[in-house]
Design a protein around this ligand. Structure first.
Ligand code: HEM
Length: 232
């Protein structure tokens, strides 16, 4: 059996995903155009570079990580600059996605038990648009966390410019924020890969299948295709 037709549709979708999103091409829907994907991966890359150069500075338990960057002294120089780059890309991502991430009144419950219900497939997701409430909250948490890490990082980078009490507070808040951040990112990676197959492709090729969209984001599916989504 020839697979030429689906392949052509996929190629056309990948090409469209360079500049456009929310368009349907055959069985594919463009979810993230190239600019969005580049911004996301620059945020992710600088996050991990800052994380892995920061952990050996944080505690000797992770001292071995410093050898990947040329030693602890190099990590101390690189870490704040990776941190600044992470903040700059996070700022770009914030303004890039802000319109899509507006939290609707019906999504406020995601701060409470709705997130757990979603993980247990118990919640009605019929109205879920391009991003669900949990993704929107994650987006705002990441943006706030990036700002928090920058401010507390600056307190430690220029210790003599600030009162001791602020500097000490900076240490505690920087560590606390990065630990919460790292835990959140583990959950994010799980949801973006193993938990929901087909999601990772949206950040690589830019596209998802109609079936994926109908299952996870029926409101968005209806919006882009004009069809009624099937109930779960
Ligand atoms: C290897 C690491 C990562 C993987 C595999 C990954 C994967 C993904 C995927 C597949 C999406 C699209 C979800 C969708 O379209 O529904 C996404 C979105 C997003 N990612 Fe990541 N990501 C990673 C790292 C990060 C990091 C480090 C950050 C921030 C510091 C981040 C922030 C975001 C945000 C804010 C969104 C939009 C909201 C959401 O979909 O949750 N990602 N990621």
């Amino acid at each position: 059996m020839s697979t030429a037709a689906p392949d052509r549709a996929m190629d056309a979708a990948v090409i469209a995903a360079r500049t456009r999103e929310d368009v349907v091409i055959g069985n594919e829907i463009v979810r993230h155009r190239r600019a969005s994907r580049w911004i996301h991966w620059l945020v992710a890359a600088t996050f991990f570079l800052a994380l892995f150069t920061g952990m050996p500075i944080w505690t000797p338990i992770f001292g071995w990580m410093s050898s990947f960057f040329g030693g602890l002294a190099t990590c101390r120089v690189l870490h704040p600059w990776f941190g600044v780059a992470f903040f700059v890309f996070s700022l770009v991502m914030f303004f890039h996605w802000l319109t899509d991430m507006r939290i609707l009144p019906s999504e406020r419950g995601w701060l409470g038990p709705k997130a757990l219900e979603y993980m247990r497939f118990q919640t009605d997701i019929e109205d879920v648009g391009k991003y669900n409430g949990g993704q929107k909250l994650f987006f705002f948490a990441v943006s706030l966390g990036a700002l928090g890490l920058l401010v507390t990082g600056l307190l430690m980078w220029f210790p003599l410019s600030f009162p001791v009490v602020l500097r000490e507070l900076g240490f505690i808040l920087h560590d606390l924020t990065f630990i919460l951040f790292a835990v959140g990112i583990v959950g994010h990676i799980y949801l973006g890969t193993a938990a929901e197959p087909g999601t990772f492709g949206s950040m690589v090729r830019g596209t998802v299948t109609r079936q994926w969209a109908r299952l996870h984001h029926p409101g968005w599916y209806r919006e882009v295709t004009g069809e009624a989504a099937r109930r779960r």
